[in-house]
Design a protein around this ligand. Structure first.
Ligand SMILES: NC(=O)c1ccc[n+]([C@@H]2O[C@H](COP(=O)([O-])OP(=O)(O)OC[C@H]3O[C@@H](n4cnc5c(N)ncnc54)[C@H](O)[C@@H]3O)[C@@H](O)[C@H]2O)c1
Length: 490
Protein backbone atom coordinates (compact mmCIF):
# COMPACT_ATOMS: atom_id res chain seq x y z
CA UNK A 1 0.00 0.00 0.00
CA UNK A 2 0.44 1.33 0.99
CA UNK A 3 -0.81 4.56 2.70
CA UNK A 4 -4.46 4.98 2.09
CA UNK A 5 -7.19 7.39 1.29
CA UNK A 6 -9.05 6.87 4.52
CA UNK A 7 -6.00 7.90 6.50
CA UNK A 8 -6.06 11.04 4.46
CA UNK A 9 -9.53 11.83 5.60
CA UNK A 10 -8.16 12.01 9.11
CA UNK A 11 -6.28 15.08 7.95
CA UNK A 12 -9.41 16.49 6.43
CA UNK A 13 -11.22 16.13 9.71
CA UNK A 14 -8.54 18.11 11.40
CA UNK A 15 -7.55 20.44 8.62
CA UNK A 16 -10.54 21.35 6.49
CA UNK A 17 -13.13 20.16 4.03
CA UNK A 18 -12.58 17.81 1.15
CA UNK A 19 -13.90 20.32 -1.33
CA UNK A 20 -11.37 22.92 -0.17
CA UNK A 21 -8.55 20.44 -0.67
CA UNK A 22 -9.54 19.41 -4.16
CA UNK A 23 -10.30 22.86 -5.46
CA UNK A 24 -6.64 23.69 -4.77
CA UNK A 25 -5.84 21.30 -7.61
CA UNK A 26 -7.02 23.72 -10.21
CA UNK A 27 -8.86 21.93 -13.03
CA UNK A 28 -11.11 24.65 -14.42
CA UNK A 29 -14.81 24.05 -13.85
CA UNK A 30 -16.42 22.95 -17.08
CA UNK A 31 -18.60 20.15 -18.46
CA UNK A 32 -17.81 16.97 -16.49
CA UNK A 33 -15.85 14.16 -18.07
CA UNK A 34 -17.95 11.01 -18.10
CA UNK A 35 -16.35 7.94 -16.54
CA UNK A 36 -17.02 4.28 -15.97
CA UNK A 37 -15.63 2.42 -12.96
CA UNK A 38 -14.49 -1.19 -13.13
CA UNK A 39 -13.99 -2.53 -9.61
CA UNK A 40 -15.76 -0.53 -6.89
CA UNK A 41 -13.46 -1.72 -4.08
CA UNK A 42 -11.15 0.15 -1.79
CA UNK A 43 -9.21 2.04 -4.46
CA UNK A 44 -11.95 2.57 -7.02
CA UNK A 45 -14.83 3.56 -4.78
CA UNK A 46 -12.92 5.15 -1.93
CA UNK A 47 -9.72 6.65 -3.32
CA UNK A 48 -10.56 8.06 -6.72
CA UNK A 49 -14.35 8.24 -6.96
CA UNK A 50 -14.75 10.79 -4.12
CA UNK A 51 -13.23 13.27 -6.57
CA UNK A 52 -16.45 13.07 -8.60
CA UNK A 53 -18.61 13.54 -5.51
CA UNK A 54 -16.64 16.60 -4.45
CA UNK A 55 -16.36 18.13 -7.92
CA UNK A 56 -19.34 16.91 -9.94
CA UNK A 57 -18.70 19.60 -12.53
CA UNK A 58 -15.39 17.89 -13.41
CA UNK A 59 -16.07 14.18 -13.23
CA UNK A 60 -19.24 12.11 -13.37
CA UNK A 61 -19.50 8.33 -13.15
CA UNK A 62 -22.12 7.01 -15.57
CA UNK A 63 -21.65 3.24 -15.17
CA UNK A 64 -20.11 0.73 -12.78
CA UNK A 65 -19.03 -2.92 -13.00
CA UNK A 66 -18.61 -4.69 -9.68
CA UNK A 67 -19.57 -8.29 -8.80
CA UNK A 68 -20.10 -7.67 -5.05
CA UNK A 69 -23.69 -6.51 -4.88
CA UNK A 70 -23.42 -4.30 -1.81
CA UNK A 71 -20.42 -2.45 -3.24
CA UNK A 72 -22.13 -2.03 -6.61
CA UNK A 73 -25.35 -0.76 -5.03
CA UNK A 74 -23.64 1.62 -2.61
CA UNK A 75 -21.51 3.06 -5.40
CA UNK A 76 -24.47 3.37 -7.76
CA UNK A 77 -26.49 5.15 -5.11
CA UNK A 78 -23.68 7.58 -4.24
CA UNK A 79 -23.12 8.45 -7.88
CA UNK A 80 -26.76 8.21 -9.02
CA UNK A 81 -26.09 5.53 -11.59
CA UNK A 82 -29.31 4.01 -12.99
CA UNK A 83 -30.01 0.27 -12.74
CA UNK A 84 -29.30 -0.40 -16.43
CA UNK A 85 -25.79 1.06 -16.07
CA UNK A 86 -24.84 -1.27 -13.21
CA UNK A 87 -23.00 -4.44 -14.25
CA UNK A 88 -21.83 -7.52 -12.38
CA UNK A 89 -18.59 -7.70 -14.33
CA UNK A 90 -16.63 -5.60 -16.79
CA UNK A 91 -17.29 -7.72 -19.91
CA UNK A 92 -20.93 -6.72 -20.61
CA UNK A 93 -20.14 -3.10 -19.82
CA UNK A 94 -17.25 -2.96 -22.28
CA UNK A 95 -19.24 -4.74 -24.99
CA UNK A 96 -21.43 -1.66 -25.18
CA UNK A 97 -20.44 1.42 -27.18
CA UNK A 98 -18.34 3.80 -25.06
CA UNK A 99 -20.60 5.76 -22.75
CA UNK A 100 -17.93 8.16 -21.56
CA UNK A 101 -14.42 9.36 -22.21
CA UNK A 102 -12.56 7.52 -19.45
CA UNK A 103 -12.49 4.18 -17.67
CA UNK A 104 -11.05 3.73 -14.18
CA UNK A 105 -9.87 0.16 -13.71
CA UNK A 106 -9.36 -0.76 -10.07
CA UNK A 107 -9.66 -4.54 -9.99
CA UNK A 108 -7.06 -6.79 -8.37
CA UNK A 109 -3.52 -7.10 -9.76
CA UNK A 110 -4.20 -10.19 -11.89
CA UNK A 111 -7.35 -8.66 -13.36
CA UNK A 112 -5.90 -5.54 -14.98
CA UNK A 113 -4.89 -6.53 -18.49
CA UNK A 114 -8.11 -7.90 -20.00
CA UNK A 115 -10.42 -5.02 -18.95
CA UNK A 116 -7.76 -2.39 -19.76
CA UNK A 117 -7.22 -3.77 -23.27
CA UNK A 118 -10.98 -4.03 -23.85
CA UNK A 119 -11.56 -0.52 -22.52
CA UNK A 120 -8.92 1.06 -24.77
CA UNK A 121 -10.29 -0.85 -27.75
CA UNK A 122 -13.78 0.39 -26.86
CA UNK A 123 -12.45 3.96 -27.03
CA UNK A 124 -11.85 4.87 -23.40
CA UNK A 125 -8.78 6.58 -22.00
CA UNK A 126 -7.78 4.39 -19.06
CA UNK A 127 -6.67 5.14 -15.54
CA UNK A 128 -5.28 1.78 -14.43
CA UNK A 129 -4.25 0.81 -10.93
CA UNK A 130 -0.70 -0.29 -10.34
CA UNK A 131 0.83 -2.75 -10.98
CA UNK A 132 -0.07 -2.45 -14.68
CA UNK A 133 -0.15 -6.25 -14.74
CA UNK A 134 1.57 -8.98 -12.78
CA UNK A 135 3.28 -10.49 -15.83
CA UNK A 136 5.87 -8.79 -17.98
CA UNK A 137 4.36 -9.74 -21.35
CA UNK A 138 1.00 -8.30 -20.25
CA UNK A 139 2.65 -5.01 -19.27
CA UNK A 140 4.15 -4.74 -22.76
CA UNK A 141 0.82 -5.64 -24.36
CA UNK A 142 -0.87 -2.81 -22.47
CA UNK A 143 1.59 -0.24 -23.76
CA UNK A 144 1.27 -1.62 -27.31
CA UNK A 145 -2.53 -1.38 -27.20
CA UNK A 146 -2.32 2.18 -25.87
CA UNK A 147 -0.12 3.15 -28.82
CA UNK A 148 -2.19 1.24 -31.35
CA UNK A 149 -5.51 2.73 -30.18
CA UNK A 150 -4.02 6.16 -29.35
CA UNK A 151 -5.79 5.96 -25.99
CA UNK A 152 -4.10 7.19 -22.84
CA UNK A 153 -3.11 4.57 -20.33
CA UNK A 154 -2.26 6.28 -17.08
CA UNK A 155 -0.84 4.01 -14.37
CA UNK A 156 -1.66 5.00 -10.80
CA UNK A 157 1.87 5.78 -9.69
CA UNK A 158 0.46 8.25 -7.23
CA UNK A 159 3.75 9.21 -5.54
CA UNK A 160 4.75 11.22 -8.61
CA UNK A 161 1.84 13.53 -7.86
CA UNK A 162 2.63 14.22 -4.19
CA UNK A 163 4.03 17.59 -3.09
CA UNK A 164 6.67 15.63 -1.14
CA UNK A 165 8.25 13.73 -4.02
CA UNK A 166 7.79 16.65 -6.42
CA UNK A 167 9.80 18.83 -4.00
CA UNK A 168 12.40 16.12 -3.46
CA UNK A 169 12.95 15.79 -7.21
CA UNK A 170 13.12 19.54 -7.65
CA UNK A 171 15.83 19.80 -4.96
CA UNK A 172 17.92 16.97 -6.42
CA UNK A 173 17.63 18.29 -9.94
CA UNK A 174 18.52 21.84 -8.83
CA UNK A 175 22.07 20.53 -8.32
CA UNK A 176 22.29 21.75 -4.71
CA UNK A 177 23.59 18.32 -3.62
CA UNK A 178 26.33 18.29 -6.27
CA UNK A 179 26.89 14.97 -7.94
CA UNK A 180 24.76 12.23 -6.43
CA UNK A 181 26.89 9.43 -5.04
CA UNK A 182 24.66 7.25 -2.88
CA UNK A 183 20.93 6.88 -2.26
CA UNK A 184 19.30 4.85 0.49
CA UNK A 185 15.54 4.68 -0.03
CA UNK A 186 13.41 2.63 2.34
CA UNK A 187 9.82 1.47 2.21
CA UNK A 188 9.16 0.85 5.90
CA UNK A 189 5.93 -1.14 5.92
CA UNK A 190 4.49 -1.17 9.43
CA UNK A 191 4.11 -4.53 11.18
CA UNK A 192 0.32 -4.11 11.21
CA UNK A 193 0.01 -3.10 7.54
CA UNK A 194 2.24 -6.05 6.63
CA UNK A 195 -0.01 -8.37 8.62
CA UNK A 196 -3.15 -6.82 7.16
CA UNK A 197 -2.30 -6.77 3.45
CA UNK A 198 0.62 -9.15 2.95
CA UNK A 199 -0.02 -11.93 5.47
CA UNK A 200 -3.79 -12.07 5.96
CA UNK A 201 -4.97 -9.99 3.02
CA UNK A 202 -5.15 -9.66 -0.74
CA UNK A 203 -1.41 -9.49 -1.51
CA UNK A 204 -0.28 -12.35 0.77
CA UNK A 205 0.29 -14.96 -1.88
CA UNK A 206 2.26 -14.42 -5.02
CA UNK A 207 0.28 -16.85 -7.15
CA UNK A 208 -2.90 -14.90 -6.37
CA UNK A 209 -1.42 -11.41 -6.69
CA UNK A 210 2.17 -10.25 -7.35
CA UNK A 211 5.67 -10.56 -5.95
CA UNK A 212 6.04 -8.16 -3.02
CA UNK A 213 8.65 -6.05 -4.85
CA UNK A 214 6.11 -5.40 -7.61
CA UNK A 215 3.04 -4.97 -5.40
CA UNK A 216 4.64 -2.72 -2.79
CA UNK A 217 7.65 -1.18 -4.50
CA UNK A 218 6.78 -0.52 -8.15
CA UNK A 219 6.06 3.03 -6.90
CA UNK A 220 9.60 3.30 -5.52
CA UNK A 221 11.19 1.80 -8.61
CA UNK A 222 9.21 4.37 -10.59
CA UNK A 223 10.18 7.45 -8.57
CA UNK A 224 13.87 6.73 -7.98
CA UNK A 225 14.93 7.16 -11.67
CA UNK A 226 12.42 10.02 -11.96
CA UNK A 227 13.90 11.88 -8.97
CA UNK A 228 17.52 11.23 -9.89
CA UNK A 229 17.14 11.84 -13.62
CA UNK A 230 19.31 8.75 -14.16
CA UNK A 231 18.61 5.17 -15.03
CA UNK A 232 19.71 1.90 -13.45
CA UNK A 233 22.06 -0.27 -15.46
CA UNK A 234 22.72 -3.13 -13.03
CA UNK A 235 20.91 -4.63 -10.08
CA UNK A 236 20.99 -7.43 -7.54
CA UNK A 237 18.44 -8.33 -4.91
CA UNK A 238 18.13 -10.43 -1.76
CA UNK A 239 15.18 -11.08 0.52
CA UNK A 240 12.93 -13.74 2.01
CA UNK A 241 9.99 -14.42 4.28
CA UNK A 242 11.58 -14.57 7.73
CA UNK A 243 8.81 -14.24 10.23
CA UNK A 244 5.21 -14.88 9.24
CA UNK A 245 5.22 -18.69 9.18
CA UNK A 246 4.04 -21.54 11.36
CA UNK A 247 7.40 -22.24 13.05
CA UNK A 248 7.27 -18.77 14.65
CA UNK A 249 3.76 -19.16 16.12
CA UNK A 250 3.48 -18.72 19.90
CA UNK A 251 3.03 -22.05 21.61
CA UNK A 252 -0.58 -23.16 21.46
CA UNK A 253 -1.67 -20.38 19.08
CA UNK A 254 -4.96 -21.44 17.43
CA UNK A 255 -5.84 -20.83 13.78
CA UNK A 256 -7.80 -17.70 14.73
CA UNK A 257 -6.96 -15.01 17.26
CA UNK A 258 -10.41 -15.13 18.83
CA UNK A 259 -10.23 -18.89 19.45
CA UNK A 260 -8.54 -18.41 22.83
CA UNK A 261 -5.02 -17.44 21.79
CA UNK A 262 -2.60 -17.74 24.75
CA UNK A 263 -0.57 -14.81 23.28
CA UNK A 264 -3.56 -12.42 23.16
CA UNK A 265 -1.90 -9.97 25.56
CA UNK A 266 1.54 -10.01 23.96
CA UNK A 267 1.30 -10.70 20.23
CA UNK A 268 1.61 -7.45 18.18
CA UNK A 269 -0.52 -9.01 15.46
CA UNK A 270 -3.44 -10.02 17.66
CA UNK A 271 -6.36 -9.11 15.39
CA UNK A 272 -8.69 -7.48 17.99
CA UNK A 273 -5.80 -5.20 19.04
CA UNK A 274 -5.42 -4.04 15.46
CA UNK A 275 -9.04 -3.88 14.33
CA UNK A 276 -11.07 -3.22 17.48
CA UNK A 277 -8.64 -1.10 19.51
CA UNK A 278 -6.94 0.37 16.39
CA UNK A 279 -3.95 1.36 18.55
CA UNK A 280 -1.20 0.55 15.99
CA UNK A 281 -3.10 2.50 13.33
CA UNK A 282 -3.37 5.65 15.47
CA UNK A 283 0.23 5.34 16.64
CA UNK A 284 1.30 5.25 13.01
CA UNK A 285 -0.66 8.42 12.24
CA UNK A 286 0.84 10.08 15.33
CA UNK A 287 4.42 9.10 14.60
CA UNK A 288 4.62 11.06 11.37
CA UNK A 289 2.23 13.91 12.14
CA UNK A 290 2.51 17.02 14.27
CA UNK A 291 0.46 19.39 16.37
CA UNK A 292 -3.05 18.49 17.34
CA UNK A 293 -3.24 15.41 15.09
CA UNK A 294 -0.13 13.99 16.73
CA UNK A 295 -1.32 14.65 20.23
CA UNK A 296 -4.83 13.29 19.66
CA UNK A 297 -3.70 10.18 17.79
CA UNK A 298 -1.15 9.27 20.48
CA UNK A 299 -3.67 9.87 23.23
CA UNK A 300 -6.16 7.53 21.61
CA UNK A 301 -3.59 4.77 21.18
CA UNK A 302 -2.56 5.11 24.83
CA UNK A 303 -5.79 6.08 26.51
CA UNK A 304 -8.91 5.63 24.40
CA UNK A 305 -11.38 6.44 27.24
CA UNK A 306 -9.71 9.86 27.73
CA UNK A 307 -10.16 10.76 24.05
CA UNK A 308 -13.77 9.58 24.15
CA UNK A 309 -14.42 11.75 27.20
CA UNK A 310 -12.65 14.77 25.69
CA UNK A 311 -14.60 14.41 22.47
CA UNK A 312 -17.68 15.66 24.32
CA UNK A 313 -16.00 19.04 24.65
CA UNK A 314 -13.84 18.94 21.49
CA UNK A 315 -16.19 17.52 18.84
CA UNK A 316 -13.49 16.99 16.15
CA UNK A 317 -12.00 14.33 18.43
CA UNK A 318 -15.12 12.21 17.90
CA UNK A 319 -13.68 11.34 14.49
CA UNK A 320 -11.06 9.16 16.16
CA UNK A 321 -13.23 6.75 18.18
CA UNK A 322 -15.84 6.88 15.40
CA UNK A 323 -13.30 6.14 12.64
CA UNK A 324 -14.61 3.60 10.12
CA UNK A 325 -12.22 3.95 7.17
CA UNK A 326 -9.40 1.73 5.87
CA UNK A 327 -8.40 -0.89 7.03
CA UNK A 328 -11.78 -1.54 8.67
CA UNK A 329 -13.67 -1.20 5.37
CA UNK A 330 -11.65 -4.11 4.03
CA UNK A 331 -13.14 -6.35 6.74
CA UNK A 332 -16.73 -5.26 6.40
CA UNK A 333 -18.75 -2.82 4.29
CA UNK A 334 -20.22 -1.08 7.35
CA UNK A 335 -17.73 -1.29 10.20
CA UNK A 336 -19.25 -1.46 13.68
CA UNK A 337 -17.70 -3.22 16.70
CA UNK A 338 -20.16 -6.09 16.09
CA UNK A 339 -19.54 -6.44 12.34
CA UNK A 340 -15.76 -6.23 12.88
CA UNK A 341 -15.88 -8.93 15.53
CA UNK A 342 -17.96 -11.12 13.23
CA UNK A 343 -15.42 -10.58 10.44
CA UNK A 344 -12.62 -11.58 12.80
CA UNK A 345 -14.47 -14.78 13.71
CA UNK A 346 -15.18 -15.82 10.13
CA UNK A 347 -13.09 -13.87 7.63
CA UNK A 348 -9.43 -13.84 6.59
CA UNK A 349 -8.44 -10.93 8.84
CA UNK A 350 -9.09 -12.88 12.05
CA UNK A 351 -6.54 -15.54 11.13
CA UNK A 352 -3.40 -16.04 13.17
CA UNK A 353 -0.57 -14.46 11.15
CA UNK A 354 1.46 -17.63 11.69
CA UNK A 355 -1.23 -19.86 10.20
CA UNK A 356 -2.02 -18.13 6.89
CA UNK A 357 -1.41 -19.19 3.29
CA UNK A 358 1.05 -16.33 2.72
CA UNK A 359 4.32 -16.64 0.86
CA UNK A 360 5.41 -13.10 -0.08
CA UNK A 361 8.65 -11.83 1.43
CA UNK A 362 8.73 -9.67 4.55
CA UNK A 363 12.05 -8.05 3.63
CA UNK A 364 13.85 -7.40 0.37
CA UNK A 365 16.73 -5.19 -0.68
CA UNK A 366 17.47 -4.12 -4.25
CA UNK A 367 20.92 -2.77 -4.92
CA UNK A 368 21.32 -0.79 -8.15
CA UNK A 369 23.98 1.05 -10.03
CA UNK A 370 22.74 3.99 -12.08
CA UNK A 371 24.27 5.23 -15.31
CA UNK A 372 26.10 8.11 -13.55
CA UNK A 373 27.71 5.39 -11.38
CA UNK A 374 25.78 6.36 -8.27
CA UNK A 375 24.73 3.43 -6.08
CA UNK A 376 21.13 3.20 -4.98
CA UNK A 377 19.56 0.81 -2.49
CA UNK A 378 15.85 0.21 -2.12
CA UNK A 379 14.93 -1.57 1.12
CA UNK A 380 11.45 -2.88 1.81
CA UNK A 381 10.58 -4.54 5.10
CA UNK A 382 7.35 -5.37 6.88
CA UNK A 383 8.36 -4.91 10.52
CA UNK A 384 8.48 -1.15 10.90
CA UNK A 385 7.02 0.34 14.08
CA UNK A 386 5.22 2.91 11.98
CA UNK A 387 4.49 3.30 8.30
CA UNK A 388 6.72 5.60 6.26
CA UNK A 389 9.10 5.92 3.36
CA UNK A 390 12.49 7.40 4.05
CA UNK A 391 15.09 8.71 1.63
CA UNK A 392 18.72 9.61 2.26
CA UNK A 393 20.69 11.09 -0.60
CA UNK A 394 24.41 11.77 -0.28
CA UNK A 395 25.91 14.13 -2.85
CA UNK A 396 29.35 15.68 -3.34
CA UNK A 397 28.04 19.05 -2.04
CA UNK A 398 25.41 18.07 0.47
CA UNK A 399 23.01 15.61 2.03
CA UNK A 400 19.23 15.24 1.88
CA UNK A 401 17.08 13.38 4.39
CA UNK A 402 13.34 12.86 3.92
CA UNK A 403 10.38 11.07 5.49
CA UNK A 404 6.95 10.49 4.02
CA UNK A 405 4.46 8.88 6.40
CA UNK A 406 0.79 8.38 7.18
CA UNK A 407 0.67 11.55 9.24
CA UNK A 408 2.96 13.95 7.41
CA UNK A 409 6.19 14.45 5.49
CA UNK A 410 9.39 16.51 5.61
CA UNK A 411 12.69 17.06 3.80
CA UNK A 412 15.96 18.30 5.39
CA UNK A 413 18.93 19.54 3.46
CA UNK A 414 22.52 20.22 4.60
CA UNK A 415 25.19 21.83 2.45
CA UNK A 416 28.77 20.65 3.13
CA UNK A 417 30.77 23.84 2.63
CA UNK A 418 28.51 26.35 4.38
CA UNK A 419 26.72 23.99 6.78
CA UNK A 420 23.57 25.70 5.49
CA UNK A 421 20.52 23.78 6.73
CA UNK A 422 17.03 23.92 5.31
CA UNK A 423 13.83 22.10 6.25
CA UNK A 424 10.70 21.72 4.16
CA UNK A 425 7.37 20.61 5.57
CA UNK A 426 6.09 18.64 2.60
CA UNK A 427 3.20 17.30 4.64
CA UNK A 428 1.60 20.72 4.83
CA UNK A 429 -0.45 20.14 1.71
CA UNK A 430 -1.66 16.71 2.81
CA UNK A 431 -5.30 16.53 2.09
CA UNK A 432 -6.07 13.10 0.78
CA UNK A 433 -4.68 9.67 -0.02
CA UNK A 434 -0.98 9.00 -0.53
CA UNK A 435 0.08 12.40 0.74
CA UNK A 436 -2.01 14.24 -1.81
CA UNK A 437 -1.14 11.94 -4.72
CA UNK A 438 -4.49 10.22 -5.31
CA UNK A 439 -6.49 13.33 -6.16
CA UNK A 440 -3.61 15.04 -7.94
CA UNK A 441 -3.35 11.97 -10.16
CA UNK A 442 -7.06 12.10 -11.07
CA UNK A 443 -6.75 15.81 -11.65
CA UNK A 444 -3.74 15.39 -13.96
CA UNK A 445 -5.40 12.54 -15.85
CA UNK A 446 -8.59 14.53 -16.43
CA UNK A 447 -6.57 17.52 -17.54
CA UNK A 448 -4.62 15.46 -20.07
CA UNK A 449 -7.85 13.97 -21.43
CA UNK A 450 -9.26 17.47 -21.86
CA UNK A 451 -6.03 18.75 -23.45
CA UNK A 452 -5.46 15.64 -25.54
CA UNK A 453 -1.84 15.60 -24.30
CA UNK A 454 -1.23 12.00 -25.30
CA UNK A 455 2.56 12.23 -25.81
CA UNK A 456 3.25 13.37 -22.25
CA UNK A 457 1.06 10.64 -20.86
CA UNK A 458 2.76 8.05 -23.08
CA UNK A 459 6.13 8.97 -21.60
CA UNK A 460 4.70 8.29 -18.14
CA UNK A 461 3.34 4.93 -19.26
CA UNK A 462 6.68 3.94 -20.80
CA UNK A 463 8.39 4.85 -17.54
CA UNK A 464 5.80 2.84 -15.63
CA UNK A 465 6.64 -0.13 -17.82
CA UNK A 466 10.33 0.34 -17.01
CA UNK A 467 9.65 0.40 -13.28
CA UNK A 468 7.79 -2.89 -13.66
CA UNK A 469 10.70 -4.35 -15.64
CA UNK A 470 12.99 -3.42 -12.75
CA UNK A 471 10.67 -5.14 -10.28
CA UNK A 472 10.59 -8.33 -12.37
CA UNK A 473 14.39 -8.20 -12.71
CA UNK A 474 14.78 -7.73 -8.94
CA UNK A 475 12.58 -10.74 -8.32
CA UNK A 476 14.57 -12.81 -10.81
CA UNK A 477 17.78 -11.76 -9.08
CA UNK A 478 16.40 -12.62 -5.64
CA UNK A 479 15.19 -16.05 -6.70
CA UNK A 480 18.15 -17.04 -8.87
CA UNK A 481 20.85 -15.34 -6.83
CA UNK A 482 22.20 -13.52 -9.85
CA UNK A 483 23.37 -10.07 -10.74
CA UNK A 484 21.43 -8.53 -13.66
CA UNK A 485 22.90 -6.09 -16.12
CA UNK A 486 20.53 -4.70 -18.69
CA UNK A 487 19.51 -1.55 -20.46
CA UNK A 488 15.96 -1.34 -19.15
CA UNK A 489 15.45 1.96 -20.90
CA UNK A 490 16.24 0.83 -24.46
N1 LIG B 1 -1.96 3.16 -6.36
C1 LIG B 1 -1.73 2.66 -5.17
O1 LIG B 1 -0.93 3.16 -4.42
C2 LIG B 1 -2.49 1.44 -4.72
C3 LIG B 1 -2.75 1.21 -3.35
C4 LIG B 1 -3.44 0.07 -2.98
C5 LIG B 1 -3.85 -0.82 -3.95
N2 LIG B 1 -3.56 -0.60 -5.26
C6 LIG B 1 -3.98 -1.53 -6.33
O2 LIG B 1 -5.34 -1.26 -6.63
C7 LIG B 1 -5.99 -2.44 -7.10
C8 LIG B 1 -7.30 -2.63 -6.35
O3 LIG B 1 -7.02 -2.76 -4.97
P1 LIG B 1 -8.19 -2.63 -3.89
O4 LIG B 1 -7.55 -2.57 -2.58
O5 LIG B 1 -9.14 -1.58 -4.30
O6 LIG B 1 -8.88 -4.05 -4.06
P2 LIG B 1 -10.40 -4.43 -3.78
O7 LIG B 1 -10.42 -5.92 -3.72
O8 LIG B 1 -10.91 -3.66 -2.63
O9 LIG B 1 -11.16 -3.94 -5.10
C9 LIG B 1 -11.17 -4.64 -6.30
C10 LIG B 1 -12.62 -4.76 -6.74
O10 LIG B 1 -12.68 -5.35 -8.03
C11 LIG B 1 -13.89 -6.10 -8.05
N3 LIG B 1 -13.91 -7.07 -9.16
C12 LIG B 1 -13.51 -8.38 -9.15
N4 LIG B 1 -13.79 -8.94 -10.34
C13 LIG B 1 -14.35 -7.99 -11.12
C14 LIG B 1 -14.89 -7.99 -12.44
N5 LIG B 1 -14.87 -9.10 -13.19
N6 LIG B 1 -15.42 -6.85 -12.93
C15 LIG B 1 -15.45 -5.72 -12.17
N7 LIG B 1 -14.96 -5.68 -10.89
C16 LIG B 1 -14.42 -6.80 -10.38
C17 LIG B 1 -13.86 -6.77 -6.69
O11 LIG B 1 -15.12 -7.32 -6.34
C18 LIG B 1 -13.43 -5.64 -5.81
O12 LIG B 1 -14.52 -4.91 -5.27
C19 LIG B 1 -4.99 -3.57 -6.91
O13 LIG B 1 -4.37 -3.87 -8.13
C20 LIG B 1 -3.97 -2.98 -5.94
O14 LIG B 1 -2.67 -3.53 -6.05
C21 LIG B 1 -2.91 0.52 -5.65
Amino acid sequence: MTTHNSIAFVHLWFNGSIRTEITKLGVPMTKPIHAILIGAGNRGAQSYAPYALALPDQLKFVAVAEPIEIRRKVFAEQHQIPEEMQFESWEPLLEKPAMGEVALICTQDWQHTAPAVAAMRAGYHVLLEKPMANKMDECRLLLDVSQETQRQLRICHVLRYTPHFIKLRELVQSGVLGQIVQVDHRENVSFWHMAHSYVRGNWRNESESSPMILAKCCHDLDILPWILGQQPTQLASVGSLIHYKAENAPEGAPQRCLDGCPAAQTCPHYAPHLYLEMAPFWNSIADTSKGFTRWASHQYAENAPLVRALSWVIPTLKQIPNYTGWPLTILTQNPTPESIEEALKTGPYGRCVYHCDNDVVDHQVVMMQFDDQSSVTLTMHGHSHYEYRSTKIEGTHGRLLAEFGNGGAWIKLDEHRTDWHMEFDTGAELGEGHGGGDFQLVNSFLKSVRDGSFEESLTGTREALQSHMLAFAAEESRLDGKFIEQNWWS
